[in-house]
Ligand binder design. Structure first.
Ligand code: HEC
Length: 136
């Protein structure tokens, strides 16, 4: 490579680094998200059903279908929600307004930043077979 090309290579490398940085979850955000999840842990676990259903495998799952959890409300089962960033953002802001009749008696995470961090962390922590195991 001639010196003439070096700036192009540097520019490319910088661009790739920037793209990588924006695609990868921010570790500080993930840490904050995990802290927000402590509020959920009164009723939920990532692995295993408690008062609320297990969260392992949440992404792409239809609402009301976690295996081994049998006490879903009809409202949630009939909601036709599929869990992803967007549906979780709406539901977790105000669960009882989003799904009237839900058995999740929780006011929601009202702060937009806290909710974004929580969802970013949940996405990583609920990857089945990678971050967690589904409990029958
Ligand atoms: C007071 C107990 C309680 C708290 C606190 C709580 N949940 Fe729930 N959650 C439930 C129950 C019960 C259900 C089942 C709701 C139904 O069947 O309508 C549920 C359902 C859910 C669902 C739907 C899961 C599915 O399988 O369809 C998600 C997602 C969820 N909760 C996330 C959270 C998050 C994230 C938090 C913390 C910000 C939280 N919950 C806090 C009790 C709780």
């Amino acid at each position: 490579m001639t010196p003439r090309h070096a700036p192009v290579a540097l520019w490319l490398a910088a661009g790739l680094l920037a793209a990588g940085a924006s695609a990868a979850p921010d570790p500080a955000a993930l840490q904050r998200g995990e802290q927000v999840y402590a509020r959920c842990a009164a009723c939920h676990a990532i692995e295993g059903n408690r008062t609320g259903p297990q969260h392992c495998g949440l992404w792409g799952r239809r609402a009301g279908t976690a295996q081994g959890y049998s006490t879903y409300s009809k409202a949630l089962r009939d909601s036709a929600i599929v869990w992803d960033e967007r549906s979780l953002n709406v539901f977790l802001k105000d669960p009882m307004k989003t799904v009237p009749g839900t058995a999740m008696g929780y006011a929601g995470v009202k702060d937009d930043g806290e909710r974004a961090d929580l969802i970013a962390w949940l996405k990583e922590a609920t990857r089945p077979g990678k971050a967690c195991q589904l409990v029958p």
